[in-house]
Design a protein around this ligand. Structure first.
Ligand code: CU
Length: 329
């Protein structure tokens, strides 16, 4: 029975290793190599652990008498100095020879991503300017919190941040790289299969750090091109009571809805919010109800958020805005 319980537990624990946010389920060339390195290190660590355990059993049970000083010195010199030097040097060499592949040039699109408190500003068709600068200059194709990339291509992500350090991480696809204020850092994503994955901020950045996620959609090249075109287009649904409420309540001071007078760049671009899967940087699915809750109970839904709650607005208004934003496909 105990053995059965162990098997059930092990299967449950290992099945949790698969999924859209796991380094054990690689969907990118870099993550596959990192996993490969991990298995080598784990295997080596287990062998060394078994050897050390064997030695201690030998010294305490099999041969508990005192050993000569020569044996002790030899053990320390070979086992404690020479052996770790050889093993760690080999590991370093193995790790270093993986690096050039990760730094190789991109052959796909270039996308600027800026880590904001506490969401992700995205800019398709980046030149070499970082996300915020692109947004301010009005170039490129702005979006937020959902990153589309083509399968089989090496997409270059240029990372930046206006204030604090974040870390951009899509565990299934590649390692993580920090976004650093005043600098542009770079990571290449080379996904090997299509699908939806989850990205996260992997560097503590403030109250809502754990709620700073994003969705990664790996699609065919044609679908990617289609998505960028759709994102480029201005909003089409302009004749809607929600738009009036949005403008009357000053949302446009912080949010941009291209095609309207709202041109704020403090918060995420909402031009096509309805076509994204999540809102609040990956915390809630996009539905009219959730958008309304997010507007009225912002700080309740996402403690630490940099948007004020609009709890005092009449529900008809938050409803109308939510309906409008949800319809902006
Ligand atoms: Cu962060």
């Amino acid at each position: 029975m105990a053995r059965f319980g162990f098997v059930v537990g092990a299967v449950a624990a290992l099945s949790a290793c698969r999924g859209p946010q796991s380094t054990f389920d690689p969907a990118g060339t870099e993550s596959a190599e990192v996993l490969h390195l991990f298995w080598w290190m784990l295997g080596g660590a287990v062998l060394i652990w078994l050897f050390v355990m064997g030695l201690s059993v030998y010294a305490t049970k099999a041969h508990p008498k005192a050993h000569s000083e020569r044996t002790g010195t030899r053990l320390i010199v070979w086992g404690g100095v020479a052996f770790p030097v050889v093993v760690l040097t080999a590991l370093l060499a193995f790790g270093l020879q993986m690096m050039p592949g990760f730094r190789a040039p991109a052959d796909g699109p270039r996308i600027a991503v800026s880590g904001e408190r506490f969401w992700w500003r995205i800019h398709y068709e980046a030149s070499d300017t970082p996300g915020v600068a692109k947004t301010l200059s009005g170039e490129g194709v702005p979006s937020a919190n959902e990153l589309w990339i083509p399968v089989g291509k090496r997409t270059e992500i240029l990372l930046s941040s206006p204030d604090v350090i974040h870390s951009f991480w899509v565990p299934n696809i590649a390692g993580k790289v920090d976004t650093i204020p005043g600098r542009i850092t770079r990571i290449v994503l080379e996904p090997t299969r299509t699908g939806t994955f989850h990205g996260i901020c992997a560097e503590f950045c403030g109250d809502a750090h754990a709620q700073m996620r994003f969705v990664v959609k790996v699609v065919s090249e044609a679908e990617f091109a289609g998505r960028v075109e759709a994102e480029r287009a201005p909003a089409t649904l302009l004749d809607h009571p929600g738009r009036l409420a949005f403008e009357a309540n000053g949302c446009g001071a912080c949010h941009q809805v291209r095609g309207t007078a709202s041109a704020g760049l403090v918060g995420p671009d909402l031009t096509h919010l309805g076509s994204r899967e999540t809102l609040g940087a990956g915390i809630l699915p996009v539905t009219t109800d959730n958008i309304q809750r997010f507007i009225a109970l912002t700080e309740h839904e996402k403690p630490g958020v940099q948007m004020p709650s609009f709890a005092t607005l009449p529900p008809e208004q938050t409803r109308a805005m939510a309906e409008w934003l949800e319809a902006l496909k």
